[in-house]
Ligand binder design. Sequence first.
Ligand SMILES: CCCCC/C=C\C/C=C\C/C=C\C/C=C\CCCC(=O)SCCNC(=O)CCNC(=O)[C@H](O)C(C)(C)COP(=O)(O)OP(=O)(O)OC[C@H]1O[C@@H](n2cnc3c(N)ncnc32)[C@H](O)[C@@H]1OP(=O)(O)O
Length: 184
Amino acid sequence: MTRSSLTTPPPGAQPPPAHPDAPSAGSTLGSHYSKCFGCGAGHPTGLHLKARTPDGATVEAEFTVGEAHQGAPRLAHGGVLATAMDEVIGMSVYLLHKPYVTGRLETDYLLPVPVGTTLHLRAWCTGIDGRKAYLEAEGRIGAPDGPVAVRAAALFIEVNMEHFAKHGDLAAIAAEHQDYEVNP
Ligand SMILES: CCCCC/C=C\C/C=C\C/C=C\C/C=C\CCCC(=O)SCCNC(=O)CCNC(=O)[C@H](O)C(C)(C)COP(=O)(O)OP(=O)(O)OC[C@H]1O[C@@H](n2cnc3c(N)ncnc32)[C@H](O)[C@@H]1OP(=O)(O)O
């Protein structure tokens, strides 16, 4: 992975210990919002990612490239593949049990991804430094050990729930998730 210093954890930054209230090994993670382009079941042309954590530290999901995801004819659009990376990384920060947003996302495209391909996605945290979480992801063609088509490195920034209330619609998230602590 070609990574900039901005997505490389500083010396001493460690992946966090498992949060006691975070989803445990073997759990499915569920969608954070039904209209989300990445994971919402209600989105007509979204990626419909369904994530799970095999070990409480990494997140896995599959994305099958459809007609709506093309750039060149019969090939996935690079921006859609970046979305898949952003989403699976976003799901992996769910394991930290705090709200985060993407600050920076770097993507390497290693292989073209034809329509109909199932990409096996995986994301994990490489370190935490204050509000900054450093994360990586990969997408492999056809199988969990298939050839790597896409790699990503990201910097996510911890925010509070006020971020979603001030800039978006926190009530829409809360309406779907009684478990979110709206006023922590
Ligand atoms: C069960 C608990 C879970 C709770 C979850 C609850 C609700 C979740 C709701 C929705 C689900 C959320 C995610 C869904 C999952 C997947 C979707 C994918 C994720 C996304 O798709 S999310 C959308 C795209 N995303 C944005 O919409 C962000 C727009 N942006 C901003 O809102 C601000 O920009 C912000 C907040 C990022 C920072 O603003 P700020 O004022 O708070 O802080 P500040 O600027 O001081 O940055 C602090 C330190 O980060 C460094 N820093 C910041 N940005 C950097 C960059 N780009 N490169 C390098 N360093 C950067 C600074 O340099 C400083 O570093 P230092 O402290 O060392 O100086």
